[in-house]
Design a protein. Structure first.
Length: 356
């Protein structure tokens, strides 16, 4: 591990020289490439340097213990246990930082939220979860844009919402949100105050580049129709909505939020590419590691990753066993504690696999 770290530090120093080289500075594409590599290595190199400094302090302390100054030896004896703990923590941090990085971590994402079992209640919770993610995105200074939405019934809920979320590290922060989210609450229409359980599926897909996912136009069937979404009469007077069917896979994408047919088609193609990339990645993950799967599930109540219990004001993530009694704040976008806990959990799982 430490020979690898020395190589990384040497490369980091080399990049620092390259970034101050006038011939590199004038070539913007090359400069940006080196700047990104430098930024990607910074955390690892800083942690390694902290490890080296802490290790040196422990060695100096051990030398002082062999001396004659009793007062100084007493101070060292008090400091050494803490320094050793710091060294152990830094070593664990280094192991995590050396894990292979998910190539999709820096990508923008498509967020898909769909109502599962539970009727109108599930549809209402689709809207609740979308607002939760939109508010979280706002705290991260990410841009959220609704690509498509399908209302459900007359109670203000949604059968489905698809949105793009663009911003630094969007996929790395949201990738573990995929799965079934279960809600337990008393519906507005429930006269006897009984708690109902509903389910909503969330899918987080990295945005795909055109070069990564090549789509043959002959594999597509494109239908146009009147929009039925929000947007006023002007939306409904033309065939602006677009439905794209990918014939080899049977995937269907509908987009109707824009007044322009061309814009709806462009958005729909982006979603289709993301879904196809998601299928490719899942297939690879199934072949590589069970822990890296990213399944959404069918929307059944029993397949759940997280439960939102309104009567008790609690939210539980079943994968890490974390329960927080701050449901209102969480639905207001304060999900970072779950994000951090899940990231740490899956990093630990990856670490276990890498040492087996």
């Amino acid at each position: 591990m430490f020979s690898k770290l020395k190589e990384v530090e040497s490369r980091y120093q080399e990049l620092e020289k390259l970034l101050s080289d006038p011939t590199v500075v004038t070539r913007q594409n090359l400069y940006q490439k080196y700047a990104k590599e430098h930024a990607d290595l910074r955390d690892l190199v800083d942690t390694y340097r902290d490890y080296e400094k802490t290790s040196e302090r422990i060695e100096e302390g051990q030398q002082l213990l062999r001396g004659d100054d009793e007062e100084l030896k007493e101070i060292v004896r008090e400091e050494l246990p803490e320094l050793r703990n710091q060294l152990a923590e830094l070593e664990e941090r280094l192991k995590i930082l050396l894990l292979p990085k998910d190539p999709n971590d820096d990508r923008n994402v498509f967020l898909e939220i769909r109502a599962g079992t539970g009727g109108d209640e599930a549809g209402l919770f689709v809207g609740d979860l979308f607002r939760m993610y939109a508010r979280y995105a706002e705290t991260r200074c990410w841009k959220v844009e609704v690509v498509s939405s399908t209302p459900s019934g007359g109670v203000g809920g949604f059968k489905e919402i698809i949105a793009s979320i663009a911003g630094q590290g969007a996929f790395s922060q949201l990738k573990y949100e995929s799965g079934v989210h279960r809600v337990q609450r008393v519906p507005i229409t429930e006269a006897q105050g009984r708690i109902h359980t509903s389910a909503v599926t969330v899918a987080i897909m990295p945005e795909a580049d055109e070069v990564e996912v090549t789509i043959d136009p002959n594999d597509l069937r494109i239908d146009v129709f009147h929009s039925s979404g929000h947007g006023g009469q002007s939306v409904n007077t033309t065939d602006s909505a677009v439905r794209i069917t990918h014939l080899p896979t049977g995937l269907v994408v509908s987009c109707q939020d824009e007044k322009s047919q061309l814009k709806n088609k462009a958005k729909g193609m982006k979603v289709l590419r993301a879904r196809l990339l998601d299928i490719m990645v899942k297939k690879q993950n199934e072949e590589i590691s069970e822990a890296r799967k990213s399944q959404v599930g069918s929307g059944d109540r029993s397949e759940r990753i997280r439960t939102y219990n309104f009567p008790q004001g609690r939210v539980t993530d079943h994968r890490v066993g974390l329960t927080l009694y701050s449901l209102e704040n969480i639905l207001g976008g304060e999900i970072q504690e779950f994000v951090d806990a899940l990231t740490a959990h899956y990093q630990a799982e990856s670490l276990k696999q890498s040492t087996n």
